[in-house]
Design a protein around this ligand. Structure first.
Ligand code: ASP
Length: 429
């Protein structure tokens, strides 16, 4: 999915925005230091530019969560009826996503890329990032609840009021409502659920369009956000951002090389090297387009022609996988949320880290296979553990390259599952 414009492709323009914003911000800070006008410019021109972009994405969150999760779950529910292939696909999806998140979360805990920001820099950043929401979220996070209370409150009394208060802690109950809706849709059967499914599909398409339009503003939004981070926080924060970036890339690479290779060798009994060679075109398409959905036709072709997998199984696994199996995205969500928590000095208990793991796996299922598809869901996971959603502004500058890379993992994961399920089916015969 890309906003079609003549000239440079979107990802190149975002990259130019990233470099220009960072360079101008650093230059401004070096030349004028803490001059009042530079601070004013960052807070009143550059940062609002980024906020406009972020808000356009945020406003799509509620309809997106409801439509994507309900549809995703109802499809998996139908898949359940397809029997063995469906169950195996589901189990492998959950297993790969969980391992991916655990690798990411383990790496952040080990290397702590977001720890150590000096309090003044953090204060400046928080102030420049839209103080009011940050304040409410921190206040909400400070209101301690018992574990039982937290668990019971996952079930909403009134999903509509949770939708209204989505950014003040209502998103998890809303997600629960969407999951239940999807489950019940698959239980009442296609005839009764059909009309609702059509409405949700249309809602999803329209919401994704909003995000696509918002992505058109991304180059300017990213330039504005990077300018204000660089001009207010300077090199210190940028170094952390670089640490975060390298950590995500290393964790993605680890999952790709170790986990997929092991699954291919042990379950699918294929040579991993050969497999990666056979799907290299798919991986390149995913990298270039940042979209599992756009890459789907290329992976369908590679599965049948290069990997020689049975057509019915690959069609089934790859189509579901393009939206439901997003290992790279799940890993990235886990790392990002913990990184931003460290960045903002929010201490997460083991229980909260567990919430992040579960939510990241769910977010992987709920993410649409489009560029930036996971951004709205990051906000959801962030809010759930009391980290300001606007924190996304900090990582957004480097997000596009990470998006391209995690998409490679997302589609490689789909093909790996297709290969594993095909091999298991063959053994069964
Ligand atoms: N771009 C990713 C995909 O299409 C989704 C995301 O993580 O934003 O697979």
């Amino acid at each position: 999915m890309s906003v079609k414009k003549k000239g440079l492709p979107l990802h190149t323009r975002i990259f130019v925005g990233l470099l220009a914003g960072t360079a101008l911000g650093l230059a401004g800070k070096a030349a004028f230091g803490g001059d009042a006008w530079l601070v004013w410019f960052a807070a009143n021109i550059a940062n609002p530019l980024g906020q406009v972009f972020l808000r356009l994405v945020f406003m799509a969150v509620v309809p997106l969560v409801v439509a994507a999760l309900a549809l995703g779950v109802s499809e998996i529910g139908e898949v359940g009826r397809v029997g063995r292939v469906g169950v195996r696909t589901l189990l492998l999806t959950l297993a790969f996503s969980s391992i991916a998140v655990l690798i990411g979360v383990g790496a952040v805990n080990l290397f702590k890329p977001g720890v150590g920001l000096s309090p003044e820099v953090r204060e400046k950043l928080t102030a420049s990032l839209q103080s009011q929401t940050v304040q409410t979220t921190l206040e909400n996070a400070a209101k301690k609840k018992t574990v039982v209370q937290t668990l019971v409150e996952i079930i909403p009394k009134n999903p509509l009021s949770d939708a209204v208060g989505a950014f003040d802690g209502g998103l998890i109950p809303l997600m629960f409502f969407s999951l239940m809706t999807g489950l019940s849709m698959s239980l009442v059967g296609p005839e009764k659920a059909g009309p609702l499914k059509a409405v949700l599909e249309s809602l999803l398409a329209v919401t994704l369009k909003i995000i696509e339009l918002a992505m058109g503003l991304a180059p300017y939004g990213v330039a504005g956000l990077m300018f204000s981070v660089a001009a207010t926080a300077g090199v210190e924060a940028l170094k952390m951002l670089l640490g975060y970036f390298l950590l995500v890339m290393a964790a993605l690479a680890l999952h790709l090389v170790v986990v997929y290779s092991a699954a291919l060798a042990v379950i699918a009994r294929l040579s991993p090297l050969r497999f990666f060679q056979d799907i290299s075109e798919v991986m390149m398409t995913a990298f270039a387009t940042s979209s599992s959905n756009v890459t789907l036709p290329v992976s369908l072709k590679a599965a049948v022609e290069n990997l020689k997998l049975p057509r019915d199984i690959s069609n089934f696994v790859l189509t579901i996988g393009a939206t439901a199996n997003q290992n790279g995205t799940a890993l990235y969500e886990g790392v990002t949320v913990l990184f931003l928590a460290q960045f903002f000095g929010v201490d997460l208990t083991l229980g909260q880290q567990f919430t992040v793991v579960v939510m990241s796996v769910l977010a992987g299922v709920g993410t649409a296979g489009v560029p930036g598809g996971s951004l709205p869901l990051i906000a959801v996971v962030l809010q759930s553990v009391g980290v300001p959603g606007e924190g996304i502004g900090i990582i957004l500058g480097v997000d596009r390259i990470l998006d391209m890379s995690r998409t490679v993992l997302n589609v490689t994961g789909d093909l790996t599952i297709a290969a594993c399920v095909s091999a298991l089916e063959k053994e069964e015969k």
